[in-house]
Write a protein that binds this ligand. Structure first.
Ligand code: FNR
Length: 346
């Protein structure tokens, strides 16, 4: 039995090909942002209340019209079949069992329609890198709609694919034979995902014209961009530095959160990912104004350690930790968290 997310990671590391472990674990540049994501949570202190006379706390949240049984979602990560033969199918079943939302990566190794078919009842959102070829972007959107996805998570922090030193040194470039980005099938070929600096707010506007799905904008760190995103009609903002895999030395996600929350002023929900490894991290992000958080690597570690069961274990550990931390903070609900409960020791 594994009792912490760190133990799950250790188990995953033992089972994974070291090159694939590095692909999942690594970050861009000197991995300053990668380390900062977790360190920033550790530097924050939680200030509990006492004698509140509460009952078992309520963990559920409603996001974009859908309910999640806890404020912990699954961030979009690529290539789950490198971690487990069932890949994203197993992840989606774990998400369904936990009654939480899974964001299916555009770079998934199971097509989004097959992910949905494998996990009836799973709440899926589809993550999209807008392709400069808008006709193909539209084809992807139609696949996500047909699969029943409830939102599009548009990742905006990747005008180029960040250089990750571990992958360069390991020579990791392509998926092994037999695996591919299944969503990128186009007739009898599989397209490469295009990362383009030419993608702009105009593309986002066009995307909103071709679909009625709500758009979650992922990778926003600058408050001015959060305000612009509201002007362009996004339905939610997702504070993220891509788990430290894109611009190195970008701020830790939780450090960037308060300014974004301020800029948004409650107009739309705010999500956060990056470095969430404990229930107390979830409480800190929610206290600082996030409506929910997401975890990327921990779910991959669960999958690699023990397939669907491992992913379920990760979500179960986080749920139990959130519940205990809320109780210890004297709170009846995740909604009762507020900024005064988080202290910076400086
Ligand atoms: C990612 N991330 C990511 N994001 C995205 O929008 N599309 C993607 O395909 C991927 N792929 C991906 C692969 C791997 C291996 C990792 C680790 C991350 C970023 C992901 O959604 C999320 O922002 C981070 O993983 C959050 O940080 P933690 O929870 O891993 O610390």
């Amino acid at each position: 039995m594994r009792f912490t997310l760190r133990e799950v990671e250790a188990a995953a590391r033992e089972r994974l090909d070291p090159v694939h472990y590095d692909y999942f674990a690594g970050g861009a540049g000197d991995e300053v942002t990668l380390r900062a994501n977790e360190a920033a949570f550790e530097r924050l202190a939680l200030l509990p209340h006492v004698l509140r006379g509460t009952a078992k706390p309520e963990l559920g949240v409603t996001l974009l019209g859908g309910r999640a049984s806890m404020p912990v979602l699954i961030a979009p990560t690529a290539f789950h079949r490198l971690a487990d033969p069932e890949g994203e199918r197993a992840t989606a079943r774990a998400a369904a069992a936990a009654e939480t939302i899974m964001m299916v990566s555009m770079a998934s190794t199971v097509a989004v329609g097959d992910v949905a078919a494998a996990a009836p009842g799973a709440r899926l959102w589809f993550q999209l890198f807008i392709q400069p070829d808008m006709a193909f972007t539209e084809a992807l959107v139609r696949r996500a709609e047909a699969a029943g996805c409830g939102a599009l998570v548009v990742t905006a922090d990747s005008p180029v694919f960040g250089t990750r030193g571990r992958d360069e040194r390991n020579g990791f470039r392509d998926l092994p034979d037999g695996l591919c980005c299944e969503n990128m099938r186009d007739g009898d070929r599989v397209r490469e995902i295009a990362f383009s600096p030419a993608v702009s707010w105009e593309h986002l506007d066009r995307l909103r014209e071709i679909t009625s799905l709500p758009v979650v904008l992922k990778g926003v760190l600058h408050p001015a961009d959060a305000r612009a995103a509201l002007d362009h009609g996004v339905s939610a903002l997702f504070v993220s530095n891509h788990g430290g895999r894109q611009l190195d030395t970008a701020p830790a996600a939780v450090d960037a959160l308060p300014e974004i929350v301020d800029a948004v002023g409650g107009a739309v929900p705010v999500l956060l990912d990056g470095g969430v490894r404990r229930g107390t991290d979830v409480l800190k992000a929610l206290a600082l104004g996030a409506d929910a958080v997401a975890v990327g690597r921990p779910v991959v570690w669960g999958l690699a350690a023990d397939g669907e069961r491992g992913a379920r274990r990760v979500l179960g550990l986080l749920r139990a930790e959130v519940e205990e931390a809320l109780t210890l903070c004297g709170l009846a609900s995740v909604r009762d968290l507020e900024p005064g409960m988080v202290r910076r020791p400086w």
